[in-house]
Design a protein around this ligand. Structure first.
Ligand code: NAD
Length: 484
């Protein structure tokens, strides 16, 4: 059984930076898959625009290659590809010149939804917004989509927001964090607010702590120059882990709608306490062989940028006071694994004293690999011989539970681009949310920059620096294992 698909309204989608890496690997294959699933109306048009000297035919060849290489899920065959190519057009354009914009305008129709995907470096965002307005390519129904990174700190995020909001209203701006488009992340909201079972226990009284892990087994190979200017805190924590934390910790919104959800997430960010130096650990991976360490990969022996960070985060509100959220993310770790684990408190009294080392329930929401959920519960060990207890996982791997249906589920970019066309901003970050996140991150970074402390070394294939394990051990807790 395939997932239900409701076609979107006719649209013109302009991909500015249409010949770039993101367009090739994510945006174009995502649009193709949506067409295969029947979600694109016949009147949809996709217009690539970039500096490259291409025409419609060359760009269509580029798109054909991209979707052949990067679209494995739900392909609709050669005929499908040819049909998709028919809706593709191209306009050569330099953002800073005037003539390309005039030509681009001729591609746009008046009676359909218009969206511009800014798939270019953030330094071009402001200029593109100004050019779109100056050449009258927009009206108040136009949508713009901007990619991460949204700023490097609070000041730059504010400047970027100011540039965009000079030309567009907030309701027209779609800031992508692709984590929010993941099936499991939305399932977190469904589990919390669609069941009566969890919400009464979802607080400091019943939850001992929460662990959020986004571990990668790969290093920064190939992206070293970019990454070394960013680091794990800015590249992962400020956006992806912050979003996971917000959805786990937020109050139930009055309804599932863009502003209601984002208001609640913003309240969580504003309630985050500053993190003192003893409550975070930064690391840099070592190589398995000479020339293979983080410092080698970024070609900067003096780099103090972290490829790993673990933090203990406290939320100062009634729901969470006293229940820490431990976050960690890093590269070259033991395995590629992302999960949110909610560790419940032990039962207040055990009638089985002496028989069993009591352990609380754990709800694990897995983002990768094998998206799904597990609830660890205590049961009786089967067989005669008295009352012995054991822990078992109540496992729901989506691939098993949903069978064929999972193969047709859209990936994050598919879902998010269709949300843009539908005009649904729920899974996009609002300007004030992004600024609040930077406002929390900046003082933590400022402190470590001032101290001059270097990140601690950790082995490739490990769980990060020893001190990050101590961050929990000293609280009488343990990280869950990083394993695939
Ligand atoms: P890229 O360098 O591969 O592509 C950039 C595109 O912008 C090209 O099509 C280029 O022709 C166009 N361009 C550059 N200057 C231009 C100008 N003056 N006028 C017209 N076109 C111009 O970059 P990318 O990797 O595709 O990244 C695009 C954006 O997406 C960046 O903001 C990046 O941070 C973000 N992003 C990329 C990825 C990824 O996987 N590549 C992931 C997340 C976010």
């Amino acid at each position: 059984m395939a997932a239900t698909t409701i076609p979107v309204d006719p649209f013109d989608l302009v991909i500015l930076g249409g010949t770039g890496d993101l367009a090739r690997r994510k945006i174009l294959p995502a649009l193709y898959r949506r067409m295969c699933s029947g979600q694109l109306p016949p009147e949809a048009r996709i217009i690539g625009a970039a500096r490259a000297d291409m025409n419609q035919k060359k760009f269509r060849d580029f798109v054909r290659k991209a979707i052949t290489e990067f679209s494995t899920a739900s392909p609709c065959g050669d005929e499908g590809i040819e049909n998709f190519l028919k809706i593709i057009d191209y306009e050569q354009l330099d953002v800073f010149a005037e003539d390309g914009w005039k030509r681009l305008k001729k591609h746009l129709r008046k009676d359909v939804i218009t969206a511009f995907y800014f798939s270019v470096g953030p330094s071009l965002f402001g200029e593109i917004a100004r050019k779109l307005t100056k050449h009258k390519l927009t009206d108040d129904t136009t949508r713009i989509v901007v990619e991460k990174p949204f700023g490097r700190d609070l000041a730059s995020a504010k400047a970027l927001n100011a540039e965009l909001t000079t030309c567009f209203d907030e309701h027209q701006i779609y800031r992508i964090d692709h984590y929010l488009g993941k099936e499991t992340v939305q399932n977190l909201m469904a589990v919390r607010f669609g069941n009566a079972l969890f919400e009464p226990l979802w607080n400091a009284q019943h939850v001992d702590h929460v662990q959020i892990t986004v571990a990668e087994d790969l290093g920064v190979e190939g992206r070293g120059a970019y990454y070394d200017k960013s680091g794990a805190m800015r590249d992962m924590v400020q956006n992806h882990l912050m979003q996971l934390l917000c959805l786990t910790a937020m109050e139930p919104p009055a309804k599932y709608g863009a502003d209601a959800v984002r208001d609640e997430k913003l309240k969580v960010i504003r309630a985050l306490e500053p993190v003192p130096p003893g409550d975070y650990v930064r690391g840099q991976y070592l190589g398995e062989k000479p020339g293979d360490s983080y410092l080698d990969h970024v070609n900067n022996p003096d780099s103090t940028t972290e490829s790993f960070i673990a933090l203990k985060v406290n939320i100062a509100n009634w729901r969470w006071a006293g229940t820490p959220f431990y976050l960690r993310t890093g590269k070259r770790l033991r395995a590629r694994m992302s999960e949110i684990a909610v560790i419940f408190k032990d039962p207040p009294h055990s009638i089985f004293e002496g028989e069993f080392n009591r352990k609380g329930n754990v709800l694990i929401i897995r983002l990768q690999p094998d998206e799904g959920m597990t609830l660890r519960v205590t049961i009786k060990e089967p067989g005669p011989g008295g009352m012995r207890l054991m822990e078992v996982p109540l496992d729901m791997t989506f691939a098993e539970a949903l069978g064929e249906q999972i193969a047709f589920l859209p990936d994050a970019y598919e879902r998010l681009i269709m949300d843009v066309i539908r005009g649904d901003q729920t899974l996009f970050m609002r300007g004030d949310e992004v600024e609040a996140a930077w406002g929390w991150v900046d003082p933590i970074r400022a402190e470590w920059i001032k101290s001059g402390a270097r990140p601690l070394p950790y082995d490739t294939g490990s769980s990060g620096p020893e001190d990050s394990l101590m961050l929990l051990h000293r609280d009488g807790r343990r990280w869950r294992k990083i394993k695939s």
